[in-house]
Design a protein around this ligand. Structure first.
Ligand code: MV4
Length: 444
């Protein structure tokens, strides 16, 4: 096992990884920007090292700075958390070349899944259902038109280098394709330095259901059930739960099997997530694979009892998973609400000084947060200030417990999304479990 790990991230996930290290007897070095010097993960770290100014490009995304930090602190491995460098294949490759273990999958798996058109092709060849659409990336507008005519409108144009909803556009009729194509291409070129596009049939009123997988270096792969992440706004998830409500046992089993087929196709090692759209008829389609630990991983931890970050570290150190699929049981129901420092109506960020912070507690409530009373939420990064996760014997109990937990939470000094969550949790469309997002987004 490692003696020392460098954490190349900030906020709640830096603290989450630090906690796993503590429990495993591993020293943790937190690499941080000048804006995070007084943050909780830096204070609690065994060691900390400044890697640059507030601007992420110059610190959390600065590869030479992070590699140097690992080197001077004698760290044997780097945990990238989520976002930032977590899905950067070049970074994983540089770690390998420098003799530092990247805590995550191989650069090859990251690269294949990072190209969403190639990921789609990989999934299709592995036998996972994909949304009808193009084979790999499109060569131009003519091909896009031909594919769209073949599958019928509406369609979605997506950037191959995008993902998570970035760089995608819905096109409702043939007449609108050329302009949407041009816009998508220019946006993708600017945002991702690649203008490659692919096309899919638009799946209406879909739910976003994703399957958690784990693979070790000996080729053992398991799934840890699924999460429903359909409550999103502008492709930002707001609430996640496990198991997914209102899908049949047959759909569920199909999702699990397809997720493992995709993970096997790239010899996936570490924790990963295979994303699907599920339509009203229960048909499901692969859309993307995320090759990192995700924000919403705690809901899976709550229902399975497996510590995913600990597993990532054990796997990176070459240990065997040590259990098989049949030993993994999903028990009860878990819900996570993301508490963002944002206006609950407009979702405009609301950074500033926390004058009061009282997190919820009590049975079966988990809070993943780097907040402290008196702490100033910096304006440079995402606005996630806490994740509140609850467990219940069933979905109804989990909803009631979340309402109770949010009700006792005190946050003063910044606006938060808590009022949004309270409204959502009492909305009949959410309570029924039958909602699909576009609908819910309109209602709220
Ligand atoms: C789609 C889709 C409909 N058809 N793809 C992709 C990333 C994720 N953040 C949302 N994505 C979607 N991809 C096709 N071919 C609709 C969405 C979508 C969505 C899906 C389920 C639940 C909520 C959603 C909110 C916005 C977009």
């Amino acid at each position: 096992m490692f003696h020392k790990i460098l954490i190349a991230n900030r906020g709640e996930i830096a603290l989450r990884v630090l906690r796993a290290c503590r429990e495993m007897g591993i020293r943790a070095v937190v690499a941080h920007s000048t804006a995070d010097t007084d943050s909780l993960p830096v204070r609690l770290a065994d060691e900390s090292i400044c890697i640059g100014p507030a601007e992420s490009r110059q610190s959390y995304l600065n590869i030479p700075s992070i590699i140097s930090a690992a080197s001077v602190t004698d760290s044997e491995a780097i945990h990238p958390g989520y976002g930032l460098l977590s899905e950067n294949a070049a970074f994983a490759e540089i770690c390998r070349a420098c003799g530092i273990t990247f805590i995550g999958p191989s650069p090859e798996a990251i690269r294949i899944m990072g190209d969403k058109a190639q990921a789609r092709e990989t999934a299709r060849q592995a036998g996972a259902p994909v949304v009808p659409g193009s084979e790999g990336a499109l060569r131009g507008l003519d091909e896009a038109q031909a594919v769209a005519d073949g599958i019928g409108y509406p369609v979605m144009i997506k950037a191959a280098a995008g993902g998570g909803g970035r760089g995608m556009r819905i096109v409702r009729e043939r007449e609108a394709l050329a302009q949407a194509w041009a816009m998508c291409q220019s946006e993708a070129t600017k945002a991702f330095a690649s203008g490659e596009l692919y096309l899919e049939k638009f799946v209406d009123e879909a739910r976003h259901v994703e399957v958690q997988v784990l693979g070790d270096r000996n080729g053992i792969r398991v799934h840890l059930g699924e999460r429903d992440c359909s409550v999103q706004r502008r492709h930002q998830k707001l609430l996640e739960e496990s198991p997914a409500p209102s899908i049949s046992a047959e759909t569920r089993a199909g999702l699990w099997k397809a997720a493992l087929a995709v993970a096997n196709a790239v010899n996936y090692v570490s924790a990963g997530t295979v994303e699907f759209l599920v339509d009203r008829q229960g048909r499901f389609y692969f859309i993307e694979m995320n090759t990192r630990i995700q924000v919403e991983h705690p809901v899976t931890e709550m229902v399975t009892g497996i510590d995913l970050v600990r597993e990532q570290i054990r796997i990176a150190a070459g240990e065997r998973l040590g259990y098989s699929q049949s030993a993994i049981r999903v028990s009860g129901h878990a819900i996570e609400c993301r508490v963002n420092a944002e206006d609950p109506e407009t979702f405009v960020p609301s950074p500033g000084r926390l004058t009061a912070w009282v997190p919820p507690g009590g049975p079966k409530v988990r809070v993943d947060s780097h907040m402290m009373a008196g702490y100033t939420v910096p304006p440079h990064y995402d606005s996630l200030i806490a994740k509140i996760i609850v467990h219940g014997r069933d979905r109804g109990e989990a909803i009631a417990r979340m309402q109770r937990a949010l009700g006792e939470t005190v946050v003063e000094g910044v606006k938060t999304t808590i009022p949004y969550h309270l409204k959502l949790l009492s909305d009949p469309a959410f309570v029924s479990g039958e909602f699909t997002l576009p609908r819910l987004e309109q209602r709220l």
